[in-house]
Design a binder for this molecule. Structure first.
Ligand code: URA
Length: 428
């Protein structure tokens, strides 16, 4: 590998130059091994945030991060593979309903997930609310479960894109999380290394999401889709609403409970709609066009697959889930249309109740969270329960309530508009 100087590369990007493929390979390999120091990489991240990267540079950055670790290979499975990645939202439990649903149609779902940090929940934290369920599988166990059950949700091992792990932690503390080239290469290096043949990206838009407006979300989605397709992964994206939480339950055990309601043919219409739309798209990309996806939610097939998937990882799908010790009801202050039930406000409330963690090493409370008794757009009457806060520690109520300040609006003269979940699609 050619030799470069980190300082010269930082100066080049600072002054708006393109970095060559060789320079990017060198930078990422040497940052991973510790030759390029954290302070140099944080300066580079800021130069990228300010001056951007072109399509070729972003692709090189992604490939270099993939090359920093192992790459999984599911090409020997008898079924095609498809996965979904969400950029994260409040009440976003869709992975739980989607993986077993898609697996019902002969497409295997290898879903490597993470834990929550901040106001968005992590899929692994939710599933760990199920007694006995195990997040850490070896690559061989993952392969065997995909072969036998057709769906696996587990923790990404430390061998996958280690450059991203290091860089993400650095971005988190240097104000450089928001750079689209860095977000895109971070997400796609992990997804491409994971070895899925098809990928649907659920790019969230709104207060509870990374991307607060649709133009930025579309820009990110376009870069993600290009990266996937350039790397030979059949990729498309959906832009979906995250101005208000998904579903009526937010929190770890609460979200498992709501997912099971959907798998049993019930549950809130927004969760059903997004599950079905994403499942259709995954199946389309995997070459299974014309199937009645919703039927598998209603006739028990998706539930059977869920039970199989949970049991395969030691979980007891029939076990009672944790219930928080204390609750507090928030009522409507007036009568009218609930025009705002802000995703970020509810997400932060749930986090402060103990559903999320402050630091990586904190434990989460499985029973903590928020249950909505009305959703944005509903007509509510003064005094009726709007939401219930749940936690094991009543001292947490005050800070959770403070986060709801300004996040709830009731308008007596507004007319109700149905929620539009799917805002746009981005295909290759
Ligand atoms: N998710 C990731 O994995 N990386 C980012 O940079 C942002 C969201």
């Amino acid at each position: 590998m050619s030799n470069f100087s980190a300082v010269e590369l930082i100066i080049a990007k600072r002054d708006g130059a393109e970095l060559s493929t060789e320079a990017i390979d060198w930078l990422i390999a040497n940052y991973t091994s510790g030759v390029v120091a954290d302070e140099q990489m944080s300066s580079m991240a800021m130069a990228i945030l300010l001056n951007g990267m072109n399509r070729r540079e972003i692709r090189d950055m992604t490939l270099a991060m993939i090359a920093s670790g192992e790459r999984l290979d599911f090409s020997t499975l008898s079924q095609p593979t498809a996965d979904k990645h969400s950029t994260g939202g409040v009440g976003d439990k869709i992975t739980l309903t989607l993986a077993p649903l898609v697996a019902c149609f002969g497409v295997a779902v290898p879903q490597l997930s993470g834990r929550g940090l901040g106001h968005t929940g992590g899929t692994l934290d939710k599933l760990e609310a199920i007694p006995g369920w195990r997040a850490n599988l070896s690559n061989a166990e993952m392969h065997a479960q995909l072969d036998r059950v057709g769906a696996v949700i587990c923790a990404a091992g430390s061998g996958l894109a280690p450059a991203d792990k290091k860089l993400y932690a650095l971005r988190d503390v240097t104000g450089t999380v928001e750079a689209i080239p860095l977000i895109a290469s971070s997400i796609m290096s992990k997804k491409i290394a994971e070895g899925t043949a098809s990928l649907v990206l659920d790019v969230k838009v709104g207060s509870g999401a990374f991307m607060k407006n649709i133009d930025r979300a579309r820009e990110l989605a376009t870069v993600l889709v290009q990266l996937g397709n350039d790397a030979g992964v059949n990729t498309s994206a959906m832009l979906t609403d995250m101005s208000t939480p998904l579903g009526r339950k937010i929190g770890n055990a609460l979200e498992v409970e709501e997912s099971v309601e959907v798998l049993a043919g019930g549950g809130p219409s927004d969760v059903i709609e997004l599950t079905v739309e994403l499942a259709r798209e995954m199946l389309r990309l995997a070459g299974k066009g014309d199937v009645d996806v919703a039927a598998a939610l209603n006739d028990g097939r998706a539930m059977d697959k869920w039970n199989e998937m949970i049991s395969a990882q030691g979980g007891d799908p029939k076990a009672k889930l944790a219930v928080a010790k204390e609750s507090h009801v928030v009522t409507a202050s007036s009568t009218g249309i609930l025009t705002q039930l802000d995703a970020l406000a509810v997400g932060v409330a749930s986090w402060r109740l103990g559903a999320g963690r402050e630091r990586k090493e904190d434990a989460v409370q499985f029973g903590a969270g928020v249950v909505l008794h009305a959703q944005q757009g509903d007509h509510v009457v003064a005094g009726q329960p709007l939401l219930t806060l749940h936690t094991d520690e009543p001292a947490r109520f005050d800070r959770a309530l403070a986060s709801l300040d300004g996040g709830i609006t009731i308008d007596a003269s507004a007319v109700s508009k149905p929620r539009q979940i799917l805002l746009d699609r981005v295909t290759a």
